[in-house]
Design a protein around this ligand. Structure first.
Ligand code: ARG
Length: 458
């Protein structure tokens, strides 16, 4: 009868439910390539310390490459007793090269092996995720550049506040994604640490050259403590925290656009490619893409929070609880990577209704400008705020707009008002006055565009 990899000291059989409960191959087979790469590097390191001869190394590497190719071609046949990707690959290697395969695991443990595989796998995924984030960021920047002339109300508390450029709104979201890209670069060195050569926990007794392993596998650095090397999963937590925060930004952008796409606002329409219909109400075009982006942010946060709960009470080094790192990480990677691409597509194909935006600009959003008019005549802002507020109230009491007040009305409110108060009631002048760094003037919006374009060049 077949022996489990660890079966030597066992006489009893594994309970069938326990067997299934323990088995991670269904999901960790995604790391087949990382696992093979790690094993090939380790085989070479074993040769360097005399555990394998040069001929044995060649045979073993050849065997590992065949196993890797079987996975890649989709013809690898898992066996009932394959517990995880590591045991599956070793079992298959044994079928291909015989008892020589038994030398591969010398000084190695699945503990340093799995930690190495996870880090390698995640490093691979980062490239795709970074591309997705760059795509989203650049579509926001290019739209902002093209649509710099569109004005709309900027909101606080979802109440109309001040006129802004549509481009300024887009770039406010781009500013968050820029920070996300910076953070992604900053967390990479903490993922790119080599655990292989840590053994099960105490280190490698055959003195494998870990600097050689580091170079072979392309890691930035080496785990300097073997217990930490096998037990650390902070790199997974940190990535999932990053994904949660990035998804929070995607979710807030989605929420803005959901609101702006209602008939009540009408500022944007989603392209058909990113909308769906109602099974009963024929007129409906629902922003499902945006709602899913908003919804997935909760799920990605949940993956992170759940895994931190798994980690928090664990004793040092490896505990099987750590096998629970995989599904949340894989799910977060899949969903953030899809979300970035969907968000990019939604923004790239969005129909923008600049006329609706402009029509939403009511004169009351210039009340701050009215107060600032008096500031420019020398009055303290707190007083001007009050006077402008009374002008708003007066117009409201007549059922009219601020700019319907006559010069006599204004003079009654304060003698500093002169005929040039009429110039205040111009949305374009209002945005152009916000010309300090970070403002919504054309010059400052273009400055943001060029800063972000330069950022994306690196
Ligand atoms: N499948 C396991 C995991 O993902 C591999 C490590 C198993 N190590 C052990 N000592 N049982 O965590």
């Amino acid at each position: 009868t077949k022996q489990k990899l660890w079966g030597g000291r066992f006489t009893g059989k594994t309970d069938p439910l326990m067997h299934a409960f323990n088995q991670s191959l269904k999901y960790d087979q995604r790391m087949h390539d990382a696992d093979i790469r790690g094993s090939i590097a380790y085989a070479k390191a074993l040769t360097k310390v005399g555990i394998l001869t040069a001929e044995e190394e060649v045979e073993m590497v050849k065997g590992l490459e065949i196993v890797g190719k079987e996975w890649a071609d989709g013809v690898f046949v898992p066996q009932e007793d394959d517990e995880d990707i590591h045991t599956a690959n070793e079992r298959r290697l044994g079928e291909l090269i015989g008892s020589l395969s038994g030398k591969l695991h010398t000084g190695r443990s699945r503990n340093d092996q799995v930690a190495t595989d996870m880090r390698l796998w995640l490093l691979d995924q980062l490239q795709d995720i970074e591309q997705g984030l760059r795509g989203l960021l650049s579509v926001l920047v290019e739209r902002a550049d093209k649509e710099v002339d569109y004005l709309l109300p900027g909101y606080t508390h979802l109440q109309r506040g001040q006129p802004i450029r549509w481009a300024h709104f887009l770039l406010s979201h781009a500013s968050s994604f820029k920070c996300d890209l910076e953070r992604l670069h900053q967390l990479k060195p903490r993922i790119s640490v080599l655990p292989l050569g840590s053994g099960p926990l105490a280190g490698n007794p055959f003195l494998v050259d870990r600097e050689f392993l580091r170079k072979e596998l392309g890691f930035d650095s080496i785990a300097e403590n073997s217990m930490w090397g096998v037990g650390d999963r902070d790199f997974i937590v940190e990535f999932m925290m990053w994904a949660s925060l990035t998804m929070t930004h995607i979710s807030r952008l989605a929420e803005d656009l959901i609101i702006y796409s209602t008939a009540e606002f009408g500022f944007v329409s989603l392209s058909d490619a990113y909308s769906t219909g109602s099974s009963i109400m024929p007129q409906k075009k629902n922003p499902d893409s945006l709602e899913l982006l908003r919804g997935k942010s909760g799920r990605i946060f949940g993956n992170m929070a759940g895994f931190v709960m798994t980690l928090k009470g664990l004793p040092s080094t490896y505990n099987k609880d750590l096998q629970e790192d995989k599904e949340p990480l894989f799910d977060s990677v899949d969903n953030i990577s899809a979300s970035l691409k969907i968000a990019e597509g939604v923004i790239a194909t969005l129909d923008v209704h600049s006329d609706k935006m402009r029509n939403a600009l009511t004169v009351d959003v210039l009340a701050t400008d009215l107060a600032e008019y008096l500031v420019r005549k020398g009055m303290p802002f707190r007083e001007t705020h009050h006077i402008s507020g009374r002008a708003v109230a007066l117009a409201e009491s007549r059922g009219s707009q601020l700019n319907d007040l006559t010069i006599e009305d204004f003079k009654k409110l304060n003698p500093l008002f002169e005929a040039d108060v009429a110039d205040v009631f111009n949305f374009d002048t209002s945005v152009e006055r916000r010309d300090a760094i970070g403002g919504t003037s054309r010059r400052m919006v273009q400055r943001q565009v060029s800063i972000l374009r330069d950022f994306l060049k690196n």
